[in-house]
Design a protein around this ligand. Structure first.
Ligand code: GLC
Ligand code: CA
Length: 571
């Protein structure tokens, strides 16, 4: 849709003013450094994304979510932000960003950007000021500094671990050269946690939200939304104290740093800012919290939507899917949000690989490297020969087609539309980038395997990622999964995604779903208000389909029957 002159006061205006556009949107996550490289330096960039807008449009998505593109030393793939209101010079400029936003909007696509409020990078201006300023100063009070324990303050303030392994505290050297205080970092040591009790920190983030909203950004994905507020009273509990309270502690809202009740005061303030815009800016929380506490993040007075990682953590199993779907739809209804669905993102083993690994115990949740089978595979060194890639892909296609039939928003991760497998131990240690690998050396190989630059062509430099190399090595088998190899192939995963996403727009009516009796425990079927049904066979025995016209299926029918590990839509 054309942008009109009346909207010109705001740069990069969004194409429609429908305030509910997000409720059943198909959102495509781009990991910018690995999507498309326009200038051959081996790093994906903003102009690379702009050049692929026709591809995105043609895929049939509604919105694009960009993982961080801000200036960063990449201690954590860009989730260590040096400056929240700028573009990494390696990726482009603010003008390039505007051109990209305009191109997306002109194609009718919305733009969501990632906000990383729990921590900045250690190169952020505010953190440098904190280091250069004395103990107890206003500058230090923007982060979480404490004196150490022990006679000389040589021990960390608590024995807590960081998510990526190793201690959650790092000692600094004071400006006068003496050994100094410790600062808290839930993630890597290059990611110091902000002090969200400090009104200056709050103000600064409101400024950032307005900065991008004024540039026409339509929504935000909020990184580790459940960690911002902390209770760091005089004596900190030990790891053992916390563990002794078990799972129950997570339900109280009183854990010292995860999912505290008062974090929602922050989001209520953000919501007032979002609502200053027309249409209101949207937000989705990345909050790895107990399912029962997720609705708080998704409330209309808060962020409005929250990721549900339950399907991502489930096995390819009808009972687990059924339970998860019912629970999450009920929960979304109660909170006023729509549900979210996701199988893959930049933090987890790609679902085409997870589903090709031996089935696992249901996951306990809360783990950033979710998907227990995938995690075990990573821990074991990620050998491609452990994966039944064919079965994994077949199931992944079935699961994705099921997801596209569900009410709510579907979040896709770049490359899943190509059926890409995780790259395992083909990435040599010397090429790895993920801090989870370095901080946990020899124990975890980390998340680089889902961040390998996309193959656009079957041959040529970096498989068409760009005119130069690729910042993470691409395996030879990428050739067969490239966009070029799949274009025009009716049975390719790319064709399936295009067909399903095009049909999905006709399902975006009432957010309702009626489960159907199939007579089989391993077959899950449901009907949407427009009369379409989606049927997934999680088992191995073919399933006799009811009467109806076949709209799409993830694998060909066999003598009119739905084979195992396949989904079909009927009208
Ligand atoms: C989120 C991001 C992950 C990052 C972490 C710390 O979980 O998705 O990639 O490492 O936050 O910012
Ligand atoms: Ca580049």
């Amino acid at each position: 849709m054309p942008t009109t002159a009346t909207q010109a006061t705001q740069s990069n205006p969004a194409p429609t003013a429908d305030p509910n556009w997000w409720r059943q949107a198909s959102v495509y996550q781009i990991y910018p450094r690995s999507f498309a490289d326009s200038n051959g330096d081996g790093i994906g960039d903003i102009n690379g994304i702009t050049a692929k807008v026709p591809y995105l449009k043609n895929l049939g998505i509604d919105a694009v979510w960009l993982s961080p593109f801000y200036p960063s030393a990449l201690a954590d793939g860009g989730y260590d932000v040096d400056d929240y209101r700028n573009v990494d010079p390696l990726l482009g400029t603010l003008e390039d960003f505007d051109a990209m936003a305009n191109a997306l909007h002109a194609a009718g696509l919305k733009l969501i950007v990632d906000i990383v409020p729990n921590h900045s990078s250690d190169r952020h201006q505010l953190f440098r000021e904190a280091l250069a300023s004395p103990r107890g100063s206003a500058a230090r009070n923007r982060y979480i500094f404490r004196d150490g324990l022990g006679e000389e303050g040589e021990l960390p303030p608590s024995d807590w671990d960081s998510v990526f392994g190793g201690p959650a505290w790092e000692r600094i050297t004071e400006p006068d050269g003496s050994p100094g205080q410790w600062y808290m970092h839930i993630f890597a040591k290059e990611q110091p946690d902000f002090n969200w009790d400090n009104p200056e920190v709050r103000e600064d983030f409101l400024k950032t939200l307005r900065f991008w909203s004024d540039r026409g950004v339509d929504g935000f994905r909020i990184d580790v939304a459940h960690a911002l507020t902390k209770n760091l009273e005089e004596t900190l509990p030990t790891k053992a104290d916390l563990e002794a309270q078990g799972e129950a502690l997570y339900l109280t809202g009183q854990h010292p740093y995860w999912d505290r009740d008062e974090v929602h005061e922050i989001y209520a303030e953000w919501r007032r800012v979002f609502n200053e815009y027309n249409p209101p800016r949207t937000a989705v929380a990345e909050a790895w919290v107990h399912t029962d506490r997720r609705a708080r993040y998704a409330s209309p007075e808060g962020l409005g939507q929250a990721f549900n990682f339950d399907l991502l953590q489930a096995d390819f199993d009808a009972a687990q899917f059924r339970k998860t779907i019912i629970k999450n739809l009920a929960e979304a209804k109660a909170s006023g949000a729509s549900s979210t669905w996701v199988f893959s993102n930049h933090d987890v083993v790609r679902h085409a690989t997870r589903y090709g690994l031996p089935a696992s115990e249901p996951s306990a949740g809360g783990d950033i490297m979710a998907g227990q089978a995938g995690k075990r595979w990573l821990l074991a060194g990620g050998r491609q020969e452990d994966v039944d890639a064919e079965l994994g892909l077949r199931r992944a296609r079935a699961a994705s087609l099921l997801m596209f039939a569900l009410p709510g928003s579907a979040y896709l991760y770049q490359g899943e539309e190509l059926g890409l497998q995780e790259v395992g131990n083909e990435i040599p240690d010397s090429a790895r980038q993920d801090p989870a690998f370095f901080r946990n050396k020899g124990v975890e190989i980390g998340r680089d395997g889902c961040r390998v630059p996309l193959p656009w062509t079957s041959a040529g430099s970096s498989f068409g990622f760009g005119p130069g190399g690729s910042h993470l090595p691409q395996p030879e088998w990428f050739a067969g999964s490239s966009v070029e190899a799949q274009e025009g192939q009716g049975d390719s995963t790319l064709s399936l995604y295009r067909r399903a996403l095009a049909l999905r727009s006709q399902l975006q009516t009432t957010e309702a779903l009626e489960l159907l009796e199939t007579g089989r425990d391993d077959v899950l079927a449901f009907r949407r208000p427009n009369g379409w049904t989606s049927i997934t066979n999680f088992g191995t025995e073919p399933f006799e389909l009811p009467a109806g016209q076949l709209l799409v299926s993830s694998s060909p029918l066999e003598a009119g029957r739905l084979p195992g590990a396949a989904t079909a839509w009927l009208r």
